[in-house]
Design a protein around this ligand. Structure first.
Ligand code: FES
Length: 162
């Protein structure tokens, strides 16, 4: 008599990664935000699949996971580009011309704030203050701050981001 082994359900890459991250935090429910931050860092956004896996493996209601994921601006529930462009529209930067910078970048990339390019290269965002008002107007591309960039500076910065 042959006994076939029961196959475990096939795990996706997302499922495997979520399990690994949760294991790193000893399945501690109090670390939900840290777990989501790690997953956001790995995937660039939090998909429905990732949030469902977190809920199941951390044993936290899906509504609670969504509440946290949608509350904090650090989390994105939509796919984001490989490069995140943030234009500061805080008062100090506005006074110094950041709306013009935003218009210039929007025109260069043919995108509005909040959008991601079709090739997934860029996501354009606005922020209210980056805490470095004296440098304003400020544009941040990924983790690099650019103070008072000219249109030609912006063109070079965007062209160098592959
Ligand atoms: S207002 Fe732009 S950095 Fe503060």
């Amino acid at each position: 008599m042959t006994v076939s082994a029961t196959k475990s359900p096939k795990r996706t890459k997302v499922s495997t990664t979520v399990r690994e991250v949760i294991r790193d935090y000893q399945q501690d429910k109090d670390k939900l935000i840290q777990i989501l931050l790690d997953l956001q860092g790995i995937f660039g956004w939090l998909s429905q699949e990732a949030l469902t896996e977190v809920s199941e493996h951390l044993k936290v209601p899906i509504t609670q996971v969504y509440q946290v994921a949608s509350y904090y601006k650090a989390f994105s529930l939509m796919p984001r580009g490989r490069h995140i462009i943030k234009v500061c529209l805080g008062t100090a930067c506005q006074v110094r011309g950041s709306p013009r910078l935003l218009d210039t970048i929007s025109a260069m990339l043919d995108m509005k704030p909040g959008e991601t390019s079709k090739d997934m290269r860029f996501t354009l965002e606005t922020v209210n203050c980056l805490g470095c008002c004296a440098m304003g107007p400020v544009v941040v591309v990924d983790e690099t701050y650019h103070a008072r960039p000219s249109p030609s500076d912006l063109r070079k910065i965007l062209e160098s981001a592959k």
